[in-house]
Design a protein around this ligand. Structure first.
Ligand SMILES: [Zn+2]
Length: 183
């Protein structure tokens, strides 16, 4: 299994909504970003890429690339999910913290979890989103932006014995040990 963590911040700027976990939330400001500024998904992507030792989101989606201008960050998450599955891993669970005074996130957490689970091919119960303030301290406390932290655990994708490589020895060993994984 592999563990990864991610952190992201975006500053508030002109606008009337923010996008967090793929949910559009009306707000007095927007977030300054090349993409949609979804700090929840950016931190989650970095955690997944970190667990896979594949660098960070900036390496896969450079802000200098016009293709990613104003794109939905769910596109980034789907890309990271593809890399995860390609490398033989599934998400065991993700734990995400959103740090800001406003907007209030709690009412949207369930929808965010559903969005993230859909993109990652996991259960909603495998994703947790919680929100906190910094008691009006620091940039988040002054209402200058939103931060997010994510931790993920990835596990080897289990495979039925029938999908093991053609090796009678391996199949016999697996049958004897009652294993159902090839990883
Ligand atoms: Zn970001």
């Amino acid at each position: 299994m592999r563990i990864g963590q991610g952190f992201d911040v975006h500053a508030f700027g002109p606008g009337n909504h923010v996008v967090l976990g793929g949910v559009t939330i009306m707000h007095s400001h927007g977030l300054v970003a090349h993409s949609d500024g979804d700090v929840v998904i950016h931190a989650l992507c970095d955690a997944i890429l970190g667990a896979l030792a594949l660098g960070d989101i900036g390496r896969h989606f450079p802000p200098s690339d016009p293709r990613w201008k104003d794109v939905s960050s769910r596109h980034f998450l789907l890309h990271c999910a593809g890399l995860m599955i390609e490398q033989g891993y599934l998400l065991a669970n993700a734990d995400i913290t959103v740090i800001c005074e406003r907007p209030k996130v709690a009412a949207h957490a369930a929808t965010m979890c559903a969005n993230l689970a859909a993109d990652l091919g996991c259960l909603v119960s495998e994703i947790n989103i919680k929100a906190t303030t910094t008691e009006q301290l620091g940039f988040a406390g002054r209402g200058e932006g939103i931060a997010s932290m994510a931790v993920v655990l990835l596990v080897r994708r289990s495979r039925p014995v029938s999908e093991l490589p053609e090796s009678p020895e391996l199949r016999t060993l697996v049958a004897r040990l009652d294993l159902d994984t090839a990883g």
